[in-house]
Ligand binder design. Sequence first.
Ligand SMILES: C[S@@+](CC[C@H](N)C(=O)[O-])C[C@H]1O[C@@H](n2cnc3c(N)ncnc32)[C@H](O)[C@@H]1O
Length: 276
Amino acid sequence: MKTMPKIEDVAQYWGRAPLLSHEIATPGSDVYFHRLNEAKVTDSDRFAFAYWDFDGFAGKKVLDIGCGPGWVTVQYAQGGATVSSVDLTDRAVDLAKQHCALRGVQAEIRQGNAESLPFDDRVFDLVVASGVLHHTPDVQKAFSEAFRVTRAGGRGKITLYRKGIAHHLFIFGLTMRIMRLLGMRHPGADLASNSSDVDDFIRRYDGDGNPVGVGKTDKAWAADLRDAGWIVEGHEIHFFPRRFLPMAAWMPVWMHRICDRCFGTMVYFHLIRPDD
Ligand SMILES: C[S@@+](CC[C@H](N)C(=O)[O-])C[C@H]1O[C@@H](n2cnc3c(N)ncnc32)[C@H](O)[C@@H]1O
């Protein structure tokens, strides 16, 4: 049986390879932040703006767990929220601070681990974790921590890698073949030719050396979130990575929307911490 990597391995990987650094040469340059925004707005989160509701938390306290280079942090700060952010790596903390300065917004950003958050109980009106908690060794602990720091009646928005139809045992081989046929290139990992199995394929979404990257079915994740105390109000499917297709620019919006809904690689949960 494989042993789960340690939190230090996770920190080392993300310190070395911040989000999208496989695609964008110099993390921290203006062009990096520009392309990060472009990748979010035209691709990964193109159809998720209603889900995030960036303008809906003005004057409220928002926590961004695993903020990376701070795209989500910047959006809520621009919407008027009081934002606190943590990330495992000092590199991400520096990038997120730089990003906020570039956009002229304020946020309190510091190093911290999702599995033991440096905050008191019931502080935040909204806790978000965008594409983060599937990378931490003890995900259940992280779900409980996010719950702990949310006020009673507060909200959670947690997005996670999902096992969808393309990852189904009997369809997975076909998925790999289709990716090869379409010439889908995935920077940092040649997913279509050398993934050993579905779990290996998912782990490497964020780069070959990524130590932890776990995908589950929507139902299995929802059960884990309920075990941590959350009410699962609903979920949405998003993130069909259009930009890895050679003819990406030619895909019309309506087709991208259908792919996003049907073959999205992530599940976006709407969560509530119940009143006591
Ligand atoms: C895929 S990036 C997502 C960044 C950002 N949330 C976004 O959506 O743009 C994952 C980030 O999670 C951070 N991370 C992983 N495990 C963590 C943990 N246990 N606590 C805090 N941050 C963590 C990594 O350092 C990395 O910056």
